[in-house]
Structure formats: C-alpha cells, structure tokens
Design a protein around this ligand. Structure first.
Ligand SMILES: Nc1ncnc2c1ncn2[C@@H]1O[C@H](COP(=O)(O)OP(=O)(O)OP(=O)(O)O)[C@@H](O)[C@H]1O
Ligand SMILES: [Mg+2]
Length: 538
C-alpha cells in the first residue's frame, strides 16, 4: 500500500546516520518523511469516516478476520512500522480512552494538520513557530466550541442522550439496531452513574458479555449478575427462588502439599482410610455450608488445584446448592460490587451474615450455550450487565465495539453535560471563526492559524466524499450557510444536501470534538518538533 512506499523515505534518511553533523538537509528530510508517514495513516482510515463510510476487513497473521469501522481498532490491528505513523496509532488510542468515540476523526484531522504544516514548512516558516501557532489555534477552537456551539444537556433528558448515542451508532455495521442499542446504552450508563458523582462514572461497572447465537436484536440489559458458565451441578437445582449467595475464595477439594509428593498405598485398608479422610474433610465443609443456609455457591478459580472436587459437587447436589465455579480473579471485584458482599476466604467465616440475598438464580438457555442469571439482589451495587448477541463472531464483535462507542458517548455527556451538532457543522464553524480570529493577529501566527482553520474542513469534505456528494460544492455551500449565521447547518447524508442537522438528530458530545482537536494538534506539534530519528537497533 502507499504506506510502505512512503515509508522508504524514512529508511533512506536513517541510513545516513553517521553524517548527522554535516548533512544540513537531514532534519528537513526526517520531518518530511514523518509527515508523509502520518498522512499515509490518515489516508488509510479516511474512507471509513461518517455514516456512509466504508468498513475494513482486517486479516491477522494467524488468519483471524475482523470487520470494523472503528478507527482505533483498524489502526491497532494494522502493522505500522514507521515511528511517526505509530504516533498516529497512539493518538487514536488516546482518543479512545479519553472520549471513546471520534477515533477516526482524530486521525483524519491530524493528517490534514500535517499536510497544512508541510505546506507552511515549504514556505520556509520555522517548525517552532508553526507549532506555537497551532497551539493557539487549538485553544481558541476549544473555546469557540464550548462557548458558541455547545448546547447544555440535562441528564434527565434521556431523549437527547439517546440521539447522541444513536449518532455514534450511525456509522457502524449495526446501525439498523440503533433503535435498540442507543436507549440500552443510555440506560446502562445512567444506572451506574451516582448522582453528584458524575466524574467517577467508570465503564468497568458495565459488564459486556458476548453470546453467540440469536441476533443483535436479542441484546439485553440485565440488572443483576450474569455468569457465562453454566452451573456445575449434575443433579442439582437449575432454578432457585429466594437465594442466599456465598462467594468463596477457598477450595472444596482435598488439600495438596506445597511440594511435589507421592503417596504409596500398599493395601486396601490404607486406601480406604485415605478415601475416608477425604470424604470427612469435604463433608465437614459441606455441612458448614448447609448450616449457614446458603443455596448458591460462587467459587473463585484456583490456580493451584481444582477449586471444587467431584465429590464436593456430589454432596452439594444432595443438599440442593447450586454451584458456579471458575469465577476469574479479575471478575471478583465486579461480582462483589454487584452483590454488595465480600469474598469469604476461609470456611470458618462461612456464616449466615456473610451471605447475600437475592430473589432468583436460574440457568438460562441461549442459542447453543447456557448462562446463569441472578436477579433481584437485595442491596445491588451500581453495576449492570449487557448480554450482546449476534449470529456470527464477526457481527458479534463489531456489535460489542459499537456498543462500547455508544456507552463512551453517554459517559462523555455525563462527565461534561454539553453537546454539539454533528455532520461537519462544528468543523466548518471553527474554520470560519478561526480565520476571523487569525485576522485579529498579525504576521506568521495569522498565516499558520489560517492554515489550521482550512485543514479542519477535511471532516465535512470527507463526510461528503464518502456519501457520494461533490466535496467541493458541498463544503462551499456549507461554508456559505454558516457565514449567514446558520451555526447548526450540516451535511445531511441521507438527503444529500445541507440542512439544519439538529432536525436530523445528529448530535455528538462536546468532549469528543474538543478532545479530537486538542489531541490531534498535540500530536502534530510533537511530530513537527522531531528533527532526527536515532536508531539504536542493530
Ligand atoms: N446522520 C449523519 N449525518 C451526517 N453526519 C453524521 C451522521 N452521523 C454521524 N455523522 C458524523 O460522522 C462523524 C463520525 O463518524 P464515525 O463515527 O465514522 O467516526 P468517528 O466517530 O470519528 O470514529 P469511530 O466511531 O470509529 O471511533 C462525525 O463527524 C459525525 O458528526
Ligand atoms: Mg463514531
């Protein structure tokens, strides 16, 4: 692809390593090679921007195929070699963790800024001056977006929140199901948000479980706890009402010594004794469990030995205790938070007051697999579980990634309660207002900020291009409409014309756009400041 051909430059310049002090053109070459590499990365994801953007099929070296529209995923899977190109991959990841959405836009904007910087460098402007001007422009851009475009949104206004999450789903494979997924994402994030502590909202409190089988339409939000494994009982209960749950971290199996050991049993009576001991040991634990009144036992996975032996399961079957084993160590905090309990570390503490009550625990069949669902927890924590369903692995994984974007969009709105119109409206408005700002300044700054302003037009122009419209005509009309004061005029990709994009319900969180511009300009500035690549590899 173009990426590799453009990268040859980079290799040529690094080969000239020994001549660093004589070669005056070296910094220029390095800079230009970095810019080319960055632009190549941008070109690779540009076509996937917007609701009419294309998806990418990525084939990994192990033969695994991924179909996605998510910028961060595309770049993450791509085998990028050039160090400057890697910076753009990191940029996309940064946007993913900061805002969650806008991972394609951020790279596209960075690419356009690099191109603008390249032209400014050719004019003989010093990279530091360009970098400073870009910083000024980025700060001003954030100010403009926050003050003249942002629409405050209230968290009780679920309709607006749904619109924002539906916009982020517009460009995904699963957009047909946005009617289901958008309200679901809003519901999930609002459930984990504690009033007054919006900043602490953590998406880790939403557990997403992928289940193959059914269609994306069958995706559901469950208030309670879901385990992907089925219960390990053989003849035990599969559905219990009025449950008492105990979460244990100890094993119900014969103890093992720390050292490797062999026991030689020479006669049958000795063998009987060994078996009897084991039986008595396990029976003792099971009796204690029965005494506490527990009827659902959650067992943490043990790395040393089987956490629960067959004999123990047999006894627990008899006393009608449902057992769910192999709960991973990293899932324990989520389980504890959901149930509002603490894990029990030894049998001595397995008492009734350490158990948690819930209304129902049942094993449910979905498609080809089964899972266990606990609902009606007495003192539930602020967590939810979403079971995403899909008929095949590719759709299922993309559905999960899309849902992640939708959840992130709502989290952004919870953290910063403001949104702006989408469809290229913010970028074109910025382009106009930044040029006006540039006129108030003079000299090189004004020139560079103007270049920054026109670079932002890449978003509307790409949106138009991907939707099959004429990019130049569309962007010109869009600019005219904004000049007339229509701040919310945007590209209506469905009708193929410029309309008030708010009427189309295309809105996005302010945080996504501001972080896009801040992060992109930061990366471009650091690329500009690099004048050498020091290779320590032999
Ligand atoms: N119905 C629509 N009409 C016009 N523009 C839209 C519409 N829906 C979304 N957009 C615009 O599409 C852009 C987002 O596209 P997309 O979701 O493909 O990329 P991203 O959000 O930057 O990256 P990613 O979703 O991969 O993290 C935003 O600028 C948004 O305003
Ligand atoms: Mg998006």
């Amino acid at each position: 692809m173009t990426l590799s051909s453009k990268m040859n430059d980079g290799r040529r310049t690094t080969q000239a390593h020994g001549k660093a002090f004589q070669d005056k053109s070296k910094p220029k070459d390095i800079r230009s090679s970095n810019i080319q590499a960055g632009k190549a990365v941008c070109d690779a994801v540009r076509t996937s921007l917007g609701p009419r953007g294309m998806d990418k099929m990525i084939q990994a070296s192990n033969g695994e195929v991924t179909i996605t529209n998510d910028g961060a995923t595309i770049l993450n899977e791509m085998n990028v070699i050039h160090p400057a190109a890697k910076m753009l991959v990191e940029l996309s990841k940064a946007q993913d963790s900061e805002a969650g959405d806008g991972t394609t836009s951020v790279v596209v904007i960075a690419g356009a800024l690099l191109e603008a910087a390249e032209r400014l460098l050719l004019k003989g402007i010093h990279p530091t001056l360009i970098s400073d001007a870009f910083q000024k422009a980025a700060l001003k851009a954030v100010e403009i977006l926050s003050w003249s475009m942002a629409i405050p949104v209230d968290l009780s206004d679920t309709e607006s929140l749904i619109k924002a999450s539906a916009t982020s789903l517009n460009s995904k494979v699963v957009f047909q199901q946005s009617g289901l997924l958008a309200p679901l994402a809003v519901d999930a994030v609002l459930k984990i948000t504690e009033p007054g502590k919006e900043q602490a909202t953590d998406l880790k409190d939403i557990k997403i479980i992928k289940q193959l089988g059914g269609t994306v339409e069958d995706t559901e939000l469950i208030e309670g706890l879901v385990f992907t494994q089925k219960s390990c009982n053989i003849n035990g209960p599969k559905r219990i009402e009025k449950v008492k749950i105990g979460l244990i971290q100890f094993c119900i199996s014969p103890p093992k010594t720390d050292m490797d050991h062999n026991v030689v049993v020479s006669d049958y009576s000795a063998m009987d004794r060994v078996l009897k001991e084991e039986r008595a040991y396990i029976l003792n634990i099971v009796k204690q469990i029965k005494k506490s009144g527990c009827n659902v036992l959650l067992v943490q996975k043990s790395i040393l030995r089987d956490a629960i032996s067959d004999l123990a399961i047999h006894f627990l079957d008899k006393i009608k205790v449902m057992v769910i084993k192999d709960i991973e160590r990293e899932d324990i905090p989520f389980v504890c938070k959901t149930l509002g309990c603490r894990p029990i570390a030894s049998i001595d503490h397995f008492t009734a007051d350490n158990l948690v009550s819930a209304e129902m625990c049942e094993e449910v069949q979905t498609g080809a697999s089964k899972f266990v669902k606990i609902t009606g927890i007495q003192n539930p924590g602020r967590t939810v579980t979403v079971v995403v369903r899909g008929s095949n692995k590719l759709v299922l994984e993309e559905a999960e990634r899309s849902l992640h974007d939708a959840l992130c969009v709502i989290r952004c709105l919870v953290k910063q309660q403001a949104m702006i119109a989408g469809g290229g409206a913010p970028e074109i408005e910025l382009a106009l207002k930044l040029s006006a700002y540039a006129q108030t300044l003079g000299g090189v700054d004004a020139y560079c900020i103007n270049a920054f302003a026109s670079a932002l037009e890449i978003i509307p122009s790409t949106l138009a291009e991907n939707a099959g419209l004429n990019p130049i005509a569309t962007v010109t009309e869009l600019r005219n409409r904004h000049e007339k004061g229509e701040v919310t005029a945007g590209i209506n990709v469905r009708k193929g014309m410029i309309t008030n994009i708010l009427e189309e319900n295309v809105v996005q969180p302010l945080l996504v756009s501001t972080s896009c511009i801040t992060l992109a300009s930061e990366t471009v500035r650091s690329i500009l400041k690099i004048d050498d690549i020091v290779n320590t590899m032999q």
